[in-house]
Design a binder for this molecule. Structure first.
Ligand code: DOR
Ligand code: ZN
Length: 346
């Protein structure tokens, strides 16, 4: 198969940032996707419906002329989030989910949740109002090895949440391990997971290939090959519990290449090209449409898109960098080529 036409996909997990960053990130996401779930880990975080609406408008203002790209917003869960704010969010069609960052787990998560049990009433309102909980699934316990933080989170934190709130719809974001794949498969129909393109294409060797590469550092950190194979198996299985979420995360080059480099891999410039390559490597291109365009909206209770895109097997160069807020952004595969090229509309 050298050309594939599918329903236009959506990205169920992306970081667009704010201000000048939007000039770079919004045209990239709008070229690929009809809708995207935009993460709220800004400084300060998107913690109220008013914050979310104002952020939505800044994103809309950065769309290229003629684009119908629609951002879907999320609220950043803090220890002070109230049930009233959740009710307001549930009544707002632009806010579709609430994001749980364990405090200290990743970029701009310092205002995240320290005491999950204290938030039981808030999660109960979410369950009743069909607002989804999106979970960064890593423990922050410094005693736990960084490569084990996702697996430990499943039993220590996620299982109790699901037990206490059996009606809550939960997306375990950017899964990276065979344990997460098994956990999601074993869970009820209210539990699903997103998978990034970089976790499908790279294993942890990428961080050390020819020297230390900050551009291959993300969280959850890349894992060993066995786990990448489990993710490919899940994504290409046709199981509706696994769907697309890029976790594309832009950082200025100067913030990545630094004494304390930021976590994040940027894929928004060529996300579907990367996913096509991953599915093609498994001989599973016929499963790409379900993963990219159908299972996400079905799980969120939103309509599937109507237009199409096509992907063509054709090498396509990736710039070494893009301008980003007065610095540069080094994208995945920067200075190299993708194996596929997106042509839109299909
Ligand atoms: O690699 C990551 N980057 N993982 C996250 O969880 C956050 C993200 C970011 O915001 O940069
Ligand atoms: Zn993320």
């Amino acid at each position: 198969m050298d050309r594939i036409t599918i329903t236009r996909p959506d990205d169920w997990h992306i970081h667009l940032r704010d201000g000048e960053h939007l000039v770079t990130t919004v045209p990239h996401v709008a070229r690929q996707f009809a809708r995207a779930i935009v993460m709220p880990n800004l400084k300060p975080p998107v913690a109220t419906v008013d914050d979310a609406i104002a952020y939505r408008d800044r994103i809309l203002a950065a769309r290229p002329a003629g684009s119908r790209f629609r951002p879907l917003l999320t609220l950043y869960l803090t220890d002070r989030t109230t049930a009233e704010e959740i009710e307001r969010a549930a009544a707002c069609p632009d806010v579709v989910a609430v994001k749980l960052y364990p405090a200290g787990a990743t970029t701009n998560s310092d205002r995240g949740v320290a005491d999950l049990r204290g938030l039981a009433p808030v999660l109960e309102v979410m369950a009743q109002t069909d607002l989804l909980l999106l979970v960064h699934g890593e423990v922050t316990d410094p005693e736990v090895d960084v490569f084990d933080r996702e697996a430990v989170f499943l039993e220590r934190e996620l299982a109790p949440i699901l037990e206490r709130h059996p009606q809550l719809h939960v997306v375990l974001e950017h899964i990276t391990t065979e344990q997460a794949v098994a956990f999601v498969r074993a869970g009820g129909p209210n539990l699903a997971a997103t998978i990034t393109a970089h976790h499908l294409l790279l294993n942890r060797n990428a961080m050390f290939q020819g020297g230390l590469s900050p551009h291959a550092y993300c969280l959850p950190v890349l894992k060993r090959e066995r786990h990448r194979q489990a993710l490919l198996g899940a994504a290409c299985s046709g199981e509706p519990k696994f769907f697309l979420g890029t976790d594309s995360a832009p950082h200025r080059r100067t913030d990545k290449v630094s004494d304390c480099g930021c976590a994040g891999i940027y894929t928004a410039h060529a996300a579907m090209e990367f996913y096509a390559e991953a599915f093609d490597s498994m001989g599973a291109l016929e499963y790409l449409e379900g993963f990219a365009s159908q299972f996400g909206p079905d799980f969120y209770g939103l309509p599937r898109n109507r237009e199409t895109i096509s992907l063509v097997r054709r090498p396509s160069p990736v710039p070494a960098s893009y301008p980003l807020a007065g610095s540069q952004l080094v994208p995945m595969r920067g200075g190299e080529t993708t194996q596929w090229q997106l042509v839109a509309p299909g």
